[in-house]
Design a protein around this ligand. Sequence first.
Ligand code: NDP
Length: 302
Amino acid sequence: MPKESFLLDQFSALPPREVGLAVLGYPIKHSISPQLHNAALKVLAEKEPEFNNWKYHKIEVHPENLSDALPKLAELGFRGLNLTIPHKVEVLPMLSSMDEQARAMGAVNTLNWEEGGWKGYNTDGIGLSRSVREVFDRSVKEFQVLVLGAGGAARAAVAQCLFEGCENLAIFNRSMERAYQLSSALKENGFEQKISLVKSLSHFPHNAEQPVLVINATSLGLVMDDPAPIDLSCLKGEVFVYDMVYNPPDTRLLMQAKEKRFPHANGLGMLVGQAARSLEIWSEREVSIHAMSCAALQAMSD
Ligand code: NDP
């Protein structure tokens, strides 16, 4: 086992009574999840002091070590985990049960210790949906949706839109094969709505009467010099742009949207939304989105 990538030594003894929460990923150094969760836990602790014992960590876990890490973390007193790249799909066979929505998405980002095993949930879709509603004041159902990408984040976005009843949904991805796999997997999981797979934007079937929501779920934009995944000029009617990338906060796609005066937002609100839902699952309490948002903005400016 590559010891340096399974940094549990620091947790060989959690302080007595501590309820451990953590995000696992590889790499994990840049995650701001601890700031978000610990800010919301502080608010919970003001009303219920038992939450003073809850603490959220980040732990680098190499994919080869994930199956050893999960039982070990439970033994050490961890009760809630978030998973990020590259663990969201690989973890599935290691779970004792799975929430219906996560099963349909085929990926999980949240684990809760229930009845002696880790149960998997996916809160990325709800995080996206809450954020879209907050920034654009409309639900995803009100849009013709164009999802860019076909990886794990796109899968959560497409499934969430279908759950919420979107009737015009299209996927545009660099690899058509992967887009096809995503659409087939969702059909196998019981979704009956039609999903269009578009080879080029000129084939995106949309009308000028209903607004279009473009969701960037590709990793294009994570590097400052990345080009935009599409040229927004190809779209007609009212266009809204949601980029899941939040660091850097202004991607080329968002700059294009800004030039065209299209309503737009980066993915920081989605990060907050998925985190809030995870903490709701673990704590069974209402969570302060405000505290999490302030902590997220603060962490981004540090
Ligand atoms: P995956 O690796 O699973 O998928 C990456 C996707 O990006 C694939 O569709 C891939 O296409 C596409 N892609 C990668 N490079 C290029 C390129 N050069 N040109 C065109 N397309 C490209 O990643 P995830 O789905 O997990 O994450 C995707 C993005 O979403 C990331 O930026 C991630 O940070 C963000 N995200 C944000 C969240 C939030 O809370 N805001 C939550 C989760 C993710 P192909 O299939 O052809 O390889």
